[in-house]
Ligand binder design. Structure first.
Ligand code: NCD
Ligand code: ZN
Length: 346
């Protein structure tokens, strides 16, 4: 039985740090585990160009713990008005790695997202030319498409066409939630990969909806039925290079989630790596954890692997019921639950 695992320090390829006071909590939490984090640009005023990214990056770095080498990797938010110049300047900056597509209205702070994906072709072409990464929030938002089908419909309606038209565009399908997404990514070429979150590996929609509604499990794309959860576990723990760690940790103060119209997003950075370790251990796949957490993403983004290492030990602990956040509190993912794995702090 494995009781300890040392691995190359992992990276998080999808996180929401927010801004202002939130950074007091989110930046040290990210730096505790990760070498680098891909910082989602969906602030109230989204990160639309290289200047926004530069200033946001500076605000983030002011919160980095003194002894930490952790680096934020910045992302531009695509809108109907994004220009080719925005993309080429982002590439030149050296600190912007990717460009994120949110369909307008799909999720938290996506009001300025794209209204018609087809109109982005010239921008996709520029992203391909610049060798930046295109990150997709892969859901359609049509009112007549059931919320549980929105990812699968996105693949059929949009992703197949984008892949055909831009064969060398490097695409990450973010936070995948369905067997359709896992299989589509797995069977596709090396220009397509996917991130998988802890919540989509640990839970299915019964956990959120059966026996009472649990708003702290509400995130987007929404949790699906258990067959999809099983397929995600299979894909993540398979050793395939196409899947990597992206927590999608997305904090909201508890009042905004426990409300008549609650926000989408789960905070998972209190146990970011331990959640994955739990899943990999249960699947008898601890030997694939390092590739998923520390290698596959860096290779896809064409970045060097981190030089330092971290160690996980099998040591039971209990997740806190709540965490102070922005003058209030948030309820962390799996609050009050016991975990078997723990990061060993130096
Ligand atoms: C994210 C957030 O809160 O910013 N929420 C979520 O449910 N995942 C946005 C997103 O990634 O969709
Ligand atoms: Zn997200």
């Amino acid at each position: 039985m494995v009781n300890q695992l040392t691995l190359i320090r992992p990276d998080d390829w999808h996180v929401h740090l927010r801004d202002g006071d939130a950074l007091d909590t989110t930046v040290p939490a990210a730096a505790k585990y990760f070498g680098r984090s891909i910082i989602m640009p969906n602030l109230k005023l989204p990160v639309r160009n290289v200047n926004d990214a530069l200033f946001y990056r500076q605000r983030i770095l002011r919160h980095r713990p003194k002894d930490s080498q952790w680096l934020p990797l910045m992302v531009l938010y695509l809108t109907d008005d994004t220009s080719k110049k925005d993309i080429s300047e982002a590439k030149k900056s050296g600190f912007v790695q990717a460009v994120k597509y949110y369909p307008a209205g799909a999720t938290t702070n996506s009001a300025s997202g794209v209204t018609q994906l087809e109109r982005l072709d010239p921008i996709f072409n520029e992203i391909q030319e610049s060798n930046l990464i295109l990150q997709l929030h892969g859901e359609v938002t049509d009112q007549n498409i059931d919320i549980f089908d929105r990812e699968a419909v996105f693949i059929d309606r949009h992703l197949r066409r984008i892949k055909e038209k831009f064969p060398e565009l490097k695409i990450v399908l973010e936070h995948i939630t369905t067997s359709q997404a896992a299989q589509y990514v797995e069977e596709n070429d090396q220009y397509l990969a996917a991130t998988i979150t802890p919540q989509h590996l640990l839970y299915n929609r019964n956990d959120m909806l059966a026996g009472g509604i649990r708003p702290h499990l509400y995130c987007l794309p929404i949790l699906k039925r258990d067959i999809h959860q099983k397929e995600l576990i299979r894909a993540a723990t398979s050793g395939s290079k196409k899947f990597f760690l992206g927590t999608d940790s997305a904090p909201h103060v508890s009042e905004t989630k426990e409300s008549a119209c609650g926000c989408a997003g789960c905070f998972s950075h209190h146990a970011a790596l331990e959640f994955y370790a739990e899943v990999f251990d249960q699947a008898d796949a601890m030997h694939h954890l390092e590739a998923f957490a520390s290698i596959n993403g860096a290779q896809f983004y064409q970045l060097p692997l981190n030089k330092s290492k971290i160690t996980l030990v099998k040591e039971p602990w209990t997740i806190p019921e709540e965490i102070p956040f922005c003058g209030s509190q948030l309820i962390p993912l799996a609050a009050g639950m016991a975990l078997n794995w723990k990061l060993r702090l130096p």
